[in-house]
Design a protein around this ligand. Sequence first.
Ligand SMILES: [Zn+2]
Length: 274
Amino acid sequence: MDLDFSEDEIRRYSRHILLQEVGGIGQAKLKAARVLVIGAGGLGSPLTLYLAAAGIGTIGIVDDDRVELSNLQRQIAHTTGRIGVPKAASAAEAALAINPEVRIEPHTVRLSADNAAGLIARYDIICDGTDNFATRFLVADACVLGRRTLVSAAVLRFDGQLSVFKPHLHEGGPCYRCLYPEPPPDGTVPTCSEAGVLGAVTGVMGTLQATEVLKEVLGVGESLSGRLLIWDALATRFRTVRLRRDPDCALCGQAATIKDLSQHRDVSAPVCAV
Ligand SMILES: [Zn+2]
């Protein structure tokens, strides 16, 4: 583990290094970590900013959209002055303005069956902050097949959900398809662009998502694998429910039938962040 921090880095991360659960060793783990953020939107904005501030050494950002005026009510990595700029580049600029010590890799591409496995293989932890089921299932499948930890957050209106899926590391831990075996039929579940979302709700959920990423990298606390966090902002109520692995899961079960990403080949999967 490379513990070679500059004077400035030691000062920058001093409130982390003070924590017994982090310390110099933990900060070195954060520096060595590679995290991929899929969707530089309402979830991806606070997520990317906190990961960069925390000193995650390499952060990839996948998004094929450009910043629009209607994004700015919640996507706080972007600015009015950057309307029209690719979101991955805009989020990279915001993250580097906070912490120039980290490396940001913007990928202005649409995630597809052809590039998902290769992109995901380059990172240790994958974060899903997208707003459509085509991309969510593609990411979930690619993470299980590529043996990568998936930290997945979702928001709609005043509600948020969060979980960690790492069946390759957690005996009995579920994958995303143990929870949702198949995408819902088109048009049955609205997206945020159809149903709306309170901006601050995405901020809380993206920040919780960042916290779970840091816990996974540091190996501290109780992992959210095997549990689903549900937040009802209108009622101000958090609850967690148990999730179990489905032994018959088509993706992670004993007789799994999903062996590659071919079922996603004909699906158009825009990153389309929340
Ligand atoms: Zn499964």
